[in-house]
Design a protein around this ligand. Structure first.
Ligand code: GLC
Length: 411
């Protein structure tokens, strides 16, 4: 089966890491992949180095906005990309397009109007409240050739809402991770601690991910100032770099805020790291502080690294973490609770060890790549997957049971 993977940006964040993981693991005897993405950013060369044929297309310039002038610019960009993708589809003749975001799904669906190509939208996003969101859902619903894979039930519910017709076309396949990249490695851990000159400083608390307001680094820095008042030897590592839009200004805001709070010594901005596993292992506690998170790969990476994870009780996190068992959940946006949880966890090494151990077990039972690939390949082939381990708790959205793509091609 020939699959065209289309990604609307060449930057690599969570959705692209999942894509690269799929490309690395796809059974090449059964599936023949080709990737199409923009030239700007590292994705193109990363996919090429996996031995997958890659072609480029201009980047898609489109975001949700209320500004009409911008909307018109984005519309132009959509048309340009749609036209070029259509040409490539006609030339490549894929059996299926795996569109790796809602935006990619829109482009791929429009680019194949009048053709019979099946399109799978891989939903890694939560749609904002915006009149255009309704338009996106209507288009997805009207086009019978499309199916959706959601990275969590939260995403599926956000996209499908109460519309039964749409819900039936969404399959939840919870993300997985490549455990090998996150195996405990005491040497790598020590190297990170030495490099950062952390010596006897503890606890080492960290937040990992691109620097952007949605990830809540700013609120964590503010909360951390209160943690320091009680636990003066603590240090906060902020790993990640700005990737999109005006996020470099956010990075500056993080620096300015630490300075104003008088804690720049204790808040270390590490920038982008390619040894995320080692950084995670150097932490006593990984804090995730996102205001919304379709899935939240970072929490899974922390669990796989054997690091206890503290996360907000929302979206993807409640589907992967059981509070007090394999991680710790707090009310989103509640600073006092966050501060108290950081203090409680940093004071009890037994509690941390218990959570970390159970976290590793959770990853090993529910989030392995083999489970993921077999659910995904079943979805591509239109076979019903066996009951998914990751989706053990049932919801109204179809989970782990793949809708029949074969039927849909004939509609
Ligand atoms: C996107 C989401 C993130 C998710 C990732 C992989 O980056 O924002 O929550 O973990 O995709 O699905």
């Amino acid at each position: 089966m020939k699959i065209l993977f289309y990604n609307h940006t060449g930057q690599v964040s969570g959705a692209e890491r999942v894509l690269l993981m799929i490309l690395a693991r796809l059974d090449h005897r059964r599936f023949d992949p080709v990737v199409i993405c923009p030239e700007e950013g590292p994705l193109l060369s990363m996919a090429t180095s996996l031995g997958v044929p890659v072609q480029s297309l201009p980047g898609l310039d489109a975001r949700f906005t209320w500004r009409v002038d911008r909307l018109l610019r984005y519309l132009r960009s959509f048309f340009l990309v749609i036209r070029q993708l259509r040409r490539k589809v006609i030339q490549i003749k894929p059996d299926l397009i795996h569109a790796n975001s809602i935006r990619a799904g829109l482009v791929a669906t429009a680019a194949t109007l009048g053709l019979e190509t099946r399109v799978v939208w891989h939903l890694h996003d939560i749609l904002p409240r915006h009149p255009l969101s309704t338009g996106v859902r209507v288009l997805a619903f009207l086009c019978a050739r499309t199916r959706m894979i959601a990275v969590s039930r939260a995403v599926a519910e956000n996209f499908g809402g109460a519309r039964a017709g749409l819900k039936n076309r969404i399959t939840v396949i919870l993300n997985a991770i490549d455990l090998e990249r996150f195996q405990s490695n005491q040497i790598a851990r020590q190297q990170v601690l030495d490099e950062l000159n952390l010596g006897e400083r503890h606890p080492v608390i960290g937040i990992v991910g691109q620097l952007t307001p949605r990830k809540g680094q700013l609120e964590l820095i503010r909360a951390f100032a209160k943690v320091l008042a009680e636990s003066p030897k603590a240090v906060l590592l902020v790993a990640g770099a700005p990737l999109f839009n005006r996020d470099h200004e956010y990075e500056q805001l993080l620096r300015d805020t630490s300075r104003k709070l008088g804690i720049s010594e204790q808040v270390r901005l590490l920038g982008a790291r390619d040894d995320v596993g080692a950084v995670m292992q150097a932490l006593d506690l990984l804090v995730v502080n996102s205001a919304a998170e379709p899935f939240g790969l970072v929490a899974l990476e922390g669990m796989a690294s054997g690091t206890p994870v503290l996360a907000p009780a929302l979206d993807g996190f409640v589907e992967m973490i059981e509070h007090g068992v394999d991680g710790w959940l707090v009310t989103p946006g509640n600073e006092a609770e966050l501060v108290a949880a950081i203090l409680e966890l940093s004071r009890s090494s037994e509690l941390r060890a218990r959570l970390a151990q159970a976290g590793k077990k959770t990853v090993a039972t529910r989030f392995l790549l083999d489970r993921y690939m077999s659910e995904l390949e079943s979805a591509y082939e239109g076979r019903g997957a066996s009951k998914s381990k990751a989706n053990a708790t049932e919801s109204t959205i179809k989970s782990g049971e793949t809708t029949k793509f074969v039927e849909l091609a004939e509609q």
